[in-house]
Design a protein. Sequence first.
Length: 431
Amino acid sequence: MKVTVIGAGSTYTPELINGFLERRSTLPVSELWLMDIDVRRLSIVGGFAQRMVEAKGKPFKVVLTHDQRAAVENSSYVITQLRVGQMPARVADEYLGLRHGLIGQETTGVGGMAKALRTIPVILNIAHDCREAAPGAILANFTNPAGLVTQALQKYAPEVQSVGVCNVAITTKMGIIDGLKELKGSAITPERTQLNTLGLNHLSWHRGFTVDGEDIWPQVFEAYLAELRSEPEPEWDPRTIEVLGMMPNYYLQYFYHTDHKLESQRKWPPSRGEEVIEIEKNLLKQYADRTLAEPPAELMLRGGAYYSTVATQLLNAHFNDLGETHVVNTTHAGVVPGWPVDWVLEMPCRVDRGGIHPLPAEPLPTVCYGLVSAVKTYELLTVEAAVHGDRKAAYEALLAHPLGPKADRIQAVLDDMLETNRAYLPQFWKD
């Protein structure tokens, strides 16, 4: 089995390597190809990956390459975790928002839109190589904004099996499990539980939880609400959470508590992107140490908890035809009554050798659907803008986004976004 990682110069890669090493008894990888266009980073991160695998008895071969087509060819699984423009582009996205008094974040608001415009053509190019050189491969996209990118993949590369993956759902599940250990006084393994989630990537609500098939959501939710009420400065308004009856995805703070997030931005520098640049400098220095064969503890500062778990358990469920339920991003194809069938949603899906199968789900309440519909409209318009270099669609995307600029500021923001990212947006600068 050949597995390919595109964007393997990422500092996340060693965690992913550990995931494959831990599952080597059930996921028989023979070749792991690490591809990146950044020669220096691939040499450092890839070299560290090779030492990690060698220290575990070299159960599979690690191949480093800058050739995307060669990396993809004959792969069973292709994982995308790239960042067009690298971390400086993330910082530029953050400060784009700050300049215009808007949310500047890598997946949400104008920052997320800029990232999507840079990313979608690159991911579609990878899908093109998959179609020609690795027919039948699963393309697992971790690249943010994951849901929006997957929307583009499933519209413009439908012949490639693709799925969008995020660690928010599993992080939430593990947090609930930790809380239940205190309440029940006994260990609960993740395999015995299921989280009921619905929405868009970074715009979802958690609304159910089972252990061994038993619904214990009322107990979970009451404990969560009681904890919020006990905190002097809770991250959510307890009354809002009580009315919703659901746990919001962390990223909904950008919509529900926008003023608070804008106030935090005004304290920059450093932005989160600037913090990560410093974290990565230290990580890369450690990765370059030829005596190091285990990921350093500082990797947790980078974020992305359970990333390797999400990635490898998804591939394992598919390869071994397990029929497990995982929360992923894919077109729901009508299993959510009344919602447009072509929407890519983040939701529980059964994963087996046949692919990714969305499970029937009750629609979200109207108060949530309104926000989902507005953001999905923005996503659909952003896909068209990215694929075709369509400035009108880009303008409309900003007009539709709840966190976008006021109408009389849209053109100024769009001009700034396109000019700031000019080197990465040739589709908008054809003339």
